[in-house]
Ligand binder design. Structure first.
Ligand code: ADP
Ligand code: MG
Length: 391
């Protein structure tokens, strides 16, 4: 998906108010009826429909009239809300080139006022696996909270919380700068993902270091769960940085040992293949570097502090319920759809969570906007509002 941030300049205060109104409506509606958008936005001089048309033009909203006339945010619309909020907070001033396309994320460079470049990760949960999950799992159908918007926000929140906690425990991770909605801002890591590296000066040292990280993580009560050559960055000085944390679990997870062994196996396998390292279990060639297979760490031999994770998460405001919701999706989402590499534009169009299928228009029409909701919209708007000087 193209992220044309220039559009930000053309959007008015009313545009953002209406966009935010759709976002609020999506808390309990898959498709937000136009009347509800109008009621939430409550524009002083009316004109919500004109604004909606403008937002459609820029593909920030998607119009859906299959069940009733309504709108939902596109990922782009959600991106803009997050970006505008972060710009208003002074976290960064401009968005640059795309530097990564993950399984379920897009990563861009962003620039601060003083020229410092940071990385912005926009979570896109459901991009590859959503339809497979949708067809197989029915919990999504009956839980309005399980929308891609909610799940992507949880993934960002969790990633941010973990990044902070890991940094505090001296793990080599990017520095967590800020987080809003589905967006995490972190320091830019120099170097490349290990998967791109063909040669290392000291493969054994790097290997030991990486295995050491997995073990130390477990000692701190954590398992990465996707610890592989795509999520380990290495720079020219062979300095390691680990990235990508939304799927991490506690060592008290029922499948903890399996996840731990899988992480370890990924590293063994990669070093065996890429750097020709052999382990005693292999009948390798004599000139290959040998590593004692007995040194393979065992999950049960590690002294683990399973509470460390819970404490860190509690402190970050990431609730247990949110964690459970996200875990459910991630575990369910391992059944990836085979057509995951298809055109993203159409993918986005199809990303509808049938979470509110039973919701009918009559019910919606009777819905009154509570005072509380109106106040909260005003609060969101104040945060989202761009400095006049930028327009
Ligand atoms: P996903 O969860 O979708 O796999 P990742 O966090 O692994 O997303 O990021 C995808 C890619 O983006 C990485 O492989 C890496 O190339 C790049 N990337 C991610 N975070 C950073 C960062 N902080 N600095 C530089 N590149 C990054
Ligand atoms: Mg990754």
């Amino acid at each position: 998906m193209k992220l044309d941030v220039n559009v930000l300049r053309y959007l008015s205060k009313d545009d953002f108010r209406v966009l935010t109104a759709v976002e609020m409506g999506m808390r309990n509606h898959e498709i937000v009826p136009s009347e509800l958008v109008e009621r939430i936005a409550c524009l002083k001089h009316g004109g919500t429909y004109k604004v909606l048309k403008n937002l459609l033009k820029y593909k920030l909203l998607h119009h859906d009239s299959s069940k009733y006339d309504g709108f939902r945010l596109t990922y782009l619309g959600y991106d803009f809300l997050a970006i505008k909020t972060l710009v208003n907070r002074g976290v960064f001033t401009g968005v640059g080139r795309q530097i990564g396309v993950g399984k379920e994320s897009d990563i861009f460079e962003v620039a601060q006022e003083d020229g410092t470049i940071l990385a912005m990760k926009l979570h896109r949960l459901g991009r590859t696996s959503f339809r497979a999950v949708k067809s197989k799992r029915d919990y999504l159908r009956h839980r309005s909270s399980f929308s891609w918007l909610y799940l992507s926000r949880l993934a960002a929140l969790k990633e941010f919380a973990f990044m902070k906690a890991l940094e505090e425990h001296d793990f080599p991770v990017p520095k967590a700068i800020d987080c809003n909605r589905h967006c995490v801002i972190m320091s830019l890591v120099q170097g490349y993902p290990m998967v791109q590296v063909k040669q290392l000066q000291n493969p054994e040292t790097i290997f030991e270091k990486i295995i050491g990280i997995v073990v130390r993580l477990a000692e701190h009560g954590l398992i990465h769960c996707d610890f592989n050559e795509f999520n380990i960055m290495i720079d020219d000085e062979e300095k390691i940085t680990m990235i990508d944390f939304p799927q991490m679990v506690s060592v008290s997870h029922r499948n903890a040992q399996m996840y731990f062994d899988r992480d370890i196996e990924c590293i063994f396998k990669f070093f065996r293949k890429r750097f020709n390292m052999s382990f005693h279990e292999d009948k390798g060639e004599s000139e290959e570097t040998e590593v004692d297979e007995n040194s393979r760490p065992s999950f049960f031999d590690i002294t683990k502090d399973a509470n460390a994770l819970d404490k860190d998460l509690e402190a970050s405001g990431f609730t247990r319920k949110e964690q459970t919701d996200l875990d459910k999706f991630i575990e369910g989402g391992v059944e990836k759809s085979e057509d995951s590499d298809e055109d993203e534009e159409s993918d986005d169009e199809e990303q509808t969570c049938e979470s509110n299928e039973e919701g009918n228009l009559n019910e919606i029409k009777s819905l009154q906007l509570q005072d509380k909701e109106q106040k909260s919209l005003d609060g969101v708007e104040a945060e989202v509002e761009l400095d006049n000087t930028e327009n």
